[in-house]
Design a protein around this ligand. Structure first.
Ligand code: DAH
Length: 369
């Protein structure tokens, strides 16, 4: 390895000494392959404390007799930039080489086919909900939405569930904690049905009115194959002059045929809801056995051999409800209905467990894409 000769040698053959020095640097530079090696090389030649250039100043320039100093100085000034340039060029060389190697390794063949990202799709519940809403939009209904966190007033009281009325027990839910100081009607809860949107819509608009209200609802129900603490409903409300139960029957019969096929029959069965009078449950003829009650010679399991499947609740809006929203029950009449989205999706798609909708298993969900 090159080491800086004493000044005496320089003096004896200055050109030769300089040439030796530069040749030595060139030979060392040629061996540099990696960045670590280059750093060593750089420090060896240009290191501030003990690099060869610094040593030249010490051993040659300082040691030179005064009359000779300018010559030595000139010579050193001439070779310093050369030494620096070679250090720089060496770095360029190894980096250039590295990036060439990297480019070769990371070569991308743009003619290869791309990687397909799986496309998402509408969730079956949302898909069904949109379809249900679509049926009523085609009948001229507009879409209204309301909050999922509701007050006791909208969820119960204005729908004619008086405080402590047993009908409330059928719709137990989560109440927001720490509201004991509020009057009962202002207390917040997770809405148990979409019916509060009826009240909000009637407060907002004067009759005539036709709205559908899709949304998420909550109940204190333990999850099983047919129950979920969170599910979805589509609510409907039509208020006008001279609306009768016939209009209700015709509307829902049409909706069921639109959803399940034109051969489906409907049946209205007396029921009770606080906010409708009279109230009815709507049943459709069983879509699995065609309403016969038997399938493949055995009793149909889907309709418990009755030929009918209960699907939704409805009725004529109770005049008490109009009292809460300042509609005149002597002038207007109307009907309302509410149906579970998951229940309809289960029937439409032949799903046997409501939990499948909420488990997020892509193998299940992608079947609806
Ligand atoms: N809100 C009722 C429920 O969740 C469903 C319902 C029944 C809605 C009758 C209505 C109706 O609008 O008229 O069980």
């Amino acid at each position: 390895m090159y080491s800086v000769p004493q000044f005496e040698e320089y003096r004896s053959d200055p050109l030769h000494a300089l040439e030796n020095l530069l040749n030595a640097q060139a030979a060392e530079a040629a061996k540099v392959r990696t960045e670590t090696e280059w750093k060593e090389f750089r420090d060896r030649w240009l290191g501030r404390k003990n690099g060869i250039v610094t040593q030249l100043n010490q051993l040659w320039l300082k040691a030179a007799p005064p009359h000779y100093k300018p010559t030595v100085g000139e010579n050193l000034n001439a070779i310093k930039p050369q030494i620096e340039r070679l250090v720089e060029e060496t770095l360029n060389r190894i980096q250039g080489g590295a990036s060439t190697a990297r480019l070769a390794a990371e070569r991308v063949d743009v003619t290869l086919p791309g990687i397909r990202r799986p496309l998402g799709a509408e969730h079956p519940v949302i898909k069904t909900m949109n379809e249900m809403v679509g049926v009523f939009r085609n009948l001229g209904y507009s879409v209204e939405e309301g909050p999922e966190i509701e007050t006791d007033y909208y969820n119960f009281e204005a729908l004619n569930f008086p405080p402590n009325h047993p009908a409330r027990d059928t719709q137990d839910t989560l109440f927001i904690a720490g509201q004991e100081s509020k009057p009962q009607r202002d207390r917040l809860l997770l809405r148990t049905h979409t019916s509060p949107v009826q009240i909000r819509s009637m407060e907002k608009m004067k009759p005539p009115l036709r709205v559908v209200c899709p949304g998420k609802v909550h109940r204190n129900d333990a999850p099983d194959a047919t129950h979920s603490p969170i599910f979805h409903q589509v609510e409907g409300l039509a208020v006008d002059t001279n609306i009768t139960f016939c209009d209700l029957k015709g509307t829902l019969d049409h909706a069921m045929k639109a959803l399940f096929g034109s051969s489906v029959k409907t049946r209205f069965y007396p029921s009770f809801f606080p906010f409708t009078e009279p109230s009815a449950d709507v049943q459709i003829s069983c879509i699995f056995c065609g309403g016969t009650g038997t399938r493949d010679g055995a009793p149909c399991r889907n309709c418990k051999a009755s030929g009918w499947i209960e699907l939704l609740g409805c009725g004529m809006v109770d005049p008490n409800v109009y009292g809460f929203v300042d509609y005149d029950p002597a002038k207007v009449s109307g009907f309302a209905f509410g149906m579970g989205v998951e229940r309809i999706a289960i029937l439409k798609y032949g799903v046997d467990d409501i939990q499948l909708f909420f488990n997020g298993d892509v193998r299940f969900l992608e079947q609806f894409a």
